[in-house]
Design a protein around this ligand. Structure first.
Ligand code: F1P
Length: 379
């Protein structure tokens, strides 16, 4: 069967989470020291492709849990515009995500941050022996059977889970950490619901897929659009939910499927969006948890996520549904998700092009160490 590899890797993620959670629990003290050490820092999350959308999701959830400031940037921005990413007057720690740990841009970005800019880096990779894991100052590690598929699925959710668990442990948020134990069973139920519902949805032969979300779910919307693109080659776009009215909705037709990732804080606005887009002929798929008890008539398809609810749990539990939506649409479009067009599992580049030495690229900013030798800007 086409896509068997990808299907199995989407379905096995619940059990992988179980093993990761158990292994991460053993590193509780190390995570506490880590969070303490950087509790007054700006946290810059980074990655490439799926791992960049993972960084977006992790940054939003991290700030929601800790109150610490964060931002998410593609690794290429650290290579090309480091002065737009890092502020030499602000203590900073970077978090680098990579399934393979060998993507050229992310490895080079970590080397630049650490060796040229003096910024400590925490690396999260599915391969603890990878160049990325070795390039970082710190790592969060967990057992992960390597993905053979080109597209990333369980690697996204397991790296997200591992960073969130390390954060919860680090900040001794034991109540929220207990939620983690409920997620593998909830994920199993979500996958069964999605398998049952999604094939009939994609049978409508939509010619455009739009993913809308706010807050910590925006990174998921971007990843969902990428999954749909990678696996089925279909037109797919993603926006902050309320941004869609400001122009992008111009392309909405009866062949458009709009998937809304409901958030607790924004659900009233998100449901109004569903009602407005319904008037334009779009079909609406709503992902939500059991806290939403009155479904508006405008929603064509709704999938209620079992489990504890809340942003953190829902972010993890929405993702397998979005992965399967791309998978089933690929099959419907006679594409093989295991062999996505034009893609390889890892992007390797020859970045040997001459680059400005750091002194020149930072020349606009005085060297703090000369001004104030005692001020250690990043460590
Ligand atoms: C990142 C990535 C994926 C993409 C494809 C190629 O890899 O760009 O986002 O879907 O698999 O690799 P990594 O740095 O996370 O290994």
């Amino acid at each position: 069967m086409n896509g068997k590899l990808t299907y199995n890797e989407i379905h096995r993620q619940a059990e992988i989470w179980r093993g990761a959670t158990a292994a991460l629990a053993a590193a509780r003290e190390e995570h506490h020291v880590l969070l303490q050490r950087y509790q007054n820092h700006l946290w810059v999350f980074t990655g490439c492709g799926t791992s960049y959308y993972l960084a977006q999701t992790a940054a939003a959830l991290f700030t929601g849990l800790t109150g610490l400031r964060s931002k998410a940037v593609p690794a290429s921005e650290i290579l090309i515009y480091p002065e737009l990413v890092f502020n030499p007057y602000e203590r900073t720690v970077a978090v680098a995500f990579s399934r393979s740990g060998t993507t050229t841009e992310i490895v080079r970005a970590v080397e630049k941050a650490r060796n040229e800019l003096g910024i400590p880096v925490l690396c999260v990779s599915c391969d603890p022996q990878s160049p990325l894991a070795r390039a970082g100052l710190h790592t969060v590690t967990f057992p992960f059977p390597a993905e053979e598929s080109v597209v990333m699925t369980g690697s996204f959710t397991t790296m997200l889970l591992s960073l969130m668990q390390a954060t919860l442990q680090g900040r001794k948020m034991t109540e929220q950490a207990a939620v983690l134990d409920q997620l593998p069973d909830a994920a199993g139920a979500v996958l069964a619901l999605a398998d049952e519902m999604l094939p009939a949805i994609v049978a409508h032969s939509f010619n455009q897929f739009v993913f809308l979300a706010q807050g910590p779910f925006y990174g998921l919307a971007n990843e969902a659009a990428l999954k749909m693109n990678e696996m089925s080659l279909s037109a797919s776009r993603s926006f902050h939910a309320l941004e869609y009215r400001h122009g992008p909705m111009s392309t909405t037709t009866a062949e458009t499927l709009i998937t809304l990732l409901a958030s607790k804080k924004g659900v009233e606005y998100e449901l109004q969006m569903a009602a407005d887009m319904k008037k334009l002929g779009a079909r609406i798929l709503l992902l939500h948890d059991s806290s939403l008890n009155c479904l508006p008539g405008e929603v064509d398809f709704d999938l209620c996520i079992p489990g504890p609810g809340g942003d953190f749990a829902n972010a993890l539990l929405y993702m397998p549904v979005l992965q399967l939506l791309g998978y089933y649409n690929a099959l419907h479009c006679n594409q093989n998700p295991d062999r996505p067009n034009n893609l390889t599992a890892v992007v390797k580049l020859d970045l040997s092009a001459p680059t400005l030495s750091e002194e020149k690229s930072w020349s606009a900013v005085p060297d703090l160490h000369n001004l104030n030798p005692g001020l250690r800007t990043h460590a």
